[in-house]
Structures are given as structure tokens and as C-alpha cells.
Design a protein around this ligand. Structure first.
Ligand SMILES: [Zn+2]
Length: 135
């Protein structure tokens, strides 16, 4: 499943960083999830915890902290940047966009020039934001 594959790549990064920093024990990892990333956060968190608990000793007891990164858009026409939450969308549409980010271009317009031509500069993907451990 998608969530498990994402969790696996995060765990692989944790392993690499732990190795590079010569950490003997990892106490906490913070993982950021983009607001527009198509993911079941509960499944993802469960997958992460499962993989960590079955991994080699340094990360076995690591606490997982999930943080959501708010989406941000940048207009290709006038350069305005704005955030998802400032949009006046109905809850149904906001929900739909969370599941199918491509729909954003149908419903969201630049607040300045009303162009639908914008890029998502923030709020997608899943990555390891930080890691705490002991040397
Ligand atoms: Zn614009």
C-alpha cells in the first residue's frame, strides 16, 4: 500500500541519518506530511510505528511526531503567494481537493489576478523533518 511505501522511505532516511550522525539511539522523529498529500495519516503513522519497532535497535523506541505542512500556492502570472486556508471554499470542495490535489486548479484562483495558473509550492509530499537521538 501507498502509506507503507511512504513509511518505508522515511524509515530508510532515518537509518541513513542515524548512521551518518553515528547515533546509537533515536528518541524521536518528526515527519512532515503535506496538506495536499494523498495519504491516510492514521495508516501512515501505524506503518511507521510498526516498521520502527521491527527495525534495528537504534530506532526501535523512537517516538513518531507527525506534522502537517500547510499548502501554499504561487501564481505563475503575477507571483502572488497564498495559503490554502485563506481560500473561501466550501467544506466539500476543500475535502475533495485533499483527496485529488489536481482539482485545486478547477476551484482555486489567484486571489490577486484570478488566474487558475499557479503552482503548489508547499504542501505536498512526506519527509523526515527532524530527528532526535543520542550519540
Ligand atoms: Zn495572480
Amino acid at each position: 500500500m501507498h502509506e507503507w511505501a511512504l513509511a518505508e522511505s522515511v524509515v530508510a532516511t532515518v537509518k541513513r541519518v542515524a548512521h551518518e550522525k553515528k547515533l546509537h539511539r533515536i528518541t524521536e522523529i518528526t515527519v512532515k506530511v503535506g496538506e495536499l498529500q494523498q495519504i491516510e495519516r492514521e495508516i501512515f503513522e501505524f506503518a511507521l510505528e510498526q516498521m520502527l519497532s521491527q527495525a534495528d535497535s537504534p530506532m526501535r523506541d523512537a517516538k513518531v511526531v507527525l506534522e502537517v505542512e500547510r499548502a501554499q500556492f504561487c501564481c505563475r502570472v503575477c507571483g502572488t503567494r497564498w495559503a490554502f486556508e485563506t481560500q473561501q471554499l466550501s467544506p466539500e470542495i476543500a475535502e475533495a481537493i485533499h483527496f485529488i490535489p489536481e482539482l485545486a486548479h478547477t476551484y482555486i484562483r489567484c486571489p490577486q489576478c484570478h488566474s487558475p495558473d499557479f503552482e503548489v509550492v508547499q504542501g505536498r509530499g512526506v519527509w523526515l523533518a527532524s530527528l532526535k537521538g543520542e550519540e
